[in-house]
Design a protein around this ligand. Structure first.
Ligand SMILES: NC(=O)c1ccc[n+]([C@@H]2O[C@H](COP(=O)([O-])OP(=O)(O)OC[C@H]3O[C@@H](n4cnc5c(N)ncnc54)[C@H](OP(=O)(O)O)[C@@H]3O)[C@@H](O)[C@H]2O)c1
Length: 521
């Protein structure tokens, strides 16, 4: 259905009209030679520049150990942009204009304090005082280097806790923030020794996705759904983030992380928090983040029941995905042949608050699954068991609302309709809204939005220290429950399936079943 066809007038309500202009600034990227810089950061800055939304002027300084000068780094980045830009082909002329703002600072940022002195003098060379005083430090480094770099920035006087207004200094930290609650708390404490919490921007690129941001808009701007968003109307919620690829070349990393740390701790719990949170008192970052933390802290402790009745893990064995052969996880490069690392997690959580009491939230994520997709399915309660429900039994499907985050971004509503004809037959039909058909193709990279927000000083889409810790405490309690037990037979799943059999038990205990995602491909 095309909604716009039925609208006489398009009502556009700007929510960011009061947002201040993004001030000219210098962005310092630690990890200039890295994969993240080449694949995501520089293409994102380039697009912001092309779209004329980047600060003007802007200056980007990259720091890494390899010997190179400004010109050779620019050439490297040009090649990266040609490969990874979302708009192709990249115009050399546009690039040349952008590249004038890019500079390279060679040095070791782990042990060599002189690097920071060199960097300071480079920053100080700018004529425009805003470029000298507004600085975004982007830590595209190994997590083990976050603290050293921040401490050196502080010692060198580059990262001022209280810069003279209206100037600012901010630090962007990449994931992962710790590997458990203790390490995340230690990192947060370390960071806040050198910067105020409000200067720290922890990235989860999932929050930069348009459709994830839309969850809040959708919930709180539509009275039809807002009134139904509770346990009285909703039977349960399913959140699926599935990948159709295996671990590929990242076996070494994955052996340390596993799906629980890699996906649940951040992306899935972030989506859960947005779906479950109470309305914030305002659209200010702190109000929204307060409510997200409250939702995470309301999750029923997993220690109250045997872990296997609440969380299922799985690991893929050989199979086929989209007709393509896939090897077992244990046969992947740099994976132990008796590895018990989970490539799948399915879980049932309860949020013990007034709104959600006893409505299960099922979350699942996995690698080498049947299709790639991220979506939230809100499964409504059934109608009273009289009239149609009494006659049709389980064939009368409950209404469901699906928020498709990726791919085929959009929202659909399933309800029952009568099949035309002389007999009384009912079947589910679907009302579907698709972003691309309504608004045209608009697929800015999540990093573009996040970088812009960080430069504008809006922390809404970044994760506060206490949010990270609340999520880790959930993940830690699951790991404790698993306590190094080897995987059982029912926890292995064929590549190309929707996960292990054990995951079906999880939903079946409540009389539910996992639904085939709508948007997967
Ligand atoms: N890649 C991604 O898509 C991605 C996605 C999400 C999160 N992340 C996170 O982003 C961070 C960076 O990832 P990455 O994949 O870009 O890593 P990477 O490819 O290993 O790049 C890090 C770069 O930092 C430089 N470096 C390392 N130690 C240094 C030191 N002591 N002094 C100066 N420079 C040093 C290295 O360049 P030199 O050898 O020239 O010094 C290296 O190229 C990690 O925390 C990762 O978890 C990455």
């Amino acid at each position: 259905m095309e909604f716009s066809e039925h609208l006489d007038e398009l009502m556009i309500c700007r929510l960011d009209s009061t947002k201040k202009e993004v001030e000219p600034c210098t962005v310092v990227i630690f990890g200039a030679s890295g994969d993240l810089t080449a694949r995501k950061l520089i293409p994102a800055f380039f697009h912001l520049f092309q779209d004329k939304v980047a600060p003007d002027p802007i200056r980007i300084i990259g720091v890494a150990r390899r010997e190179k000068d400004h010109e050779s780094w620019r050439e490297e980045l040009w090649e990266a942009c040609c490969r990874f830009s979302r708009t192709q082909p990249v115009e050399r002329q546009d690039w040349e204009k952008f590249a004038q703002n890019i500079f390279y600072c060679q040095g070791d940022y782990g042990s060599d304090f002189a690097t920071f002195e060199r960097l300071k003098s480079m920053v100080g060379e700018a004529e425009d005082e805003r470029l000298r005083n507004n600085i975004l430090f982007y830590l595209a480094t190994k997590p083990s280097q976050f603290l050293d770099v921040t401490a050196h920035l502080d010692e060198s006087g580059l990262l001022l806790r209280d810069p003279d207004p209206p100037f600012w200094r901010r630090v962007v930290v990449e994931k992962p923030i710790g590997h458990d609650l203790a390490s995340a708390s230690a990192l947060n404490q370390g960071l806040t020794k050198h910067a105020h919490e409000k200067q720290i921007y922890r990235i989860d690129h999932y929050l930069g996705k348009e459709t994830v941001q839309n969850i809040l808009m959708f919930r709180f701007s539509n009275s039809v759904f807002e009134q139904l968003w509770n346990r009285q109307a909703i039977d349960h919620v399913q959140i699926t983030v599935s990948e159709d690829m295996g671990v590929g070349g990242r076996g070494g990393y994955y052996e340390e992380a596993g799906a629980l740390r890699d996906m649940v701790q951040n992306h899935l719990l972030q989506v859960l928090a947005l779906v479950a949170m109470e309305p914030p008192v305002s659209l200010e970052a702190e109000s929204i983040r307060d409510e997200k933390v409250k939702a995470l802290r309301s999750i029923r402790p997993l220690s109250l029941a045997p872990i296997e009745t609440q969380v299922v893990r799985g690991q893929y064995v050989g199979g086929k995905v989209h007709g393509e052969k896939r090897i077992a996880y244990r046969d992947e490069d740099r994976v132990a042949e008796d590895s018990n690392v989970e490539t799948y997690v399915g879980m049932k959580l309860y949020i013990d608050n007034w709104r959600w009491s006893n409505a299960p939230f099922y979350l699942r994520t996995g690698k080498n699954m049947k299709a790639k997709c991220s979506e939230v399915r809100i499964q409504f309660r059934s109608t009273p068991n009289v009239l149609f429900a009494a006659q049709c039994g389980t064939k009368l499907d409950n209404n469901a609302l699906t928020l498709r985050l990726q791919p085929n971004e959009g929202i659909s509503l399933r309800f029952n309709g009568k099949i035309p004809g002389s007999t009384m037959q009912i079947r589910p039909v679907r009302m579907d809204f698709r972003y691309d058909s309504e608004f045209g193709a608009y697929t800015p990279e999540a990093y573009e939005r996040l970088l812009l927000e960080a430069m504008a000083g809006d922390a809404t889409l970044f994760i506060r220290g206490d949010e990270v810790e609340a999520a880790w405490s959930i993940v830690d309690s699951i790991r404790e429950g698993w306590s190094d037990q080897p995987l059982t037979e029912r926890e292995f799943y064929k590549a190309g399936s929707w996960g292990p059999d054990a995951a079906d038990d999880l939903t079946a205990r409540q009389g539910h079943n996992w639904r085939e995602p709508e948007g997967g491909k």
